[in-house]
Unconditional design. Structure first.
Length: 136
């Protein structure tokens, strides 16, 4: 009856913990995205979104979630200029009620953490930010 109502699987009591773990893993394998997320790269800056890993010139960089999402957006659209309002909407969500200076603070922190690769993030005066391969 449960399977007819949409359940993927079920266990009858009593059940062993290893059996439950195996069944959960099987469901996760079936529901996992079939596509591999491509690695994003610009110069010595490499992002593996699937593993949530960023390296800059061979060194692993630990980023906050917002910094990671900013960098992913930039690496996915190299050369494209994003306004602060666009970044707030894309990264923080449309209902974010903070100031656009939040973007500036996160960009400054991201640049610092990326070291020399932080120069790839350019400020476009009066507009916003973009990622360029030749640096600023």
């Amino acid at each position: 009856m449960s399977l007819d109502l949409g359940a993927d699987d079920y266990l009858v009591k009593p059940f062993g913990m290893m059996e439950m773990v195996a069944r959960v893993k099987a469901v996760l394998r079936r529901t996992a995205p079939s596509q591999d997320v491509p690695v994003l790269q610009m110069g010595g800056l490499i992002m593996n979104p699937g593993e949530h890993i960023v390296t800059a010139d061979g060194e692993r960089v630990l980023l906050t979630l917002k910094e990671f999402e900013l960098l992913r957006l930039f690496l996915s659209h190299p050369g494209m200029v994003f306004t602060r309002d666009q970044l707030l909407g894309d990264i923080w969500g449309m209902d974010y009620d903070g100031e656009t200076r939040t973007v500036d603070v996160h960009i400054r922190s991201l640049r610092k953490k990326l070291g020399a690769c932080g120069d790839f993030i350019e400020t476009v005066r009066g507009v916003g930010y973009r990622l360029e391969g030749n640096g600023a």
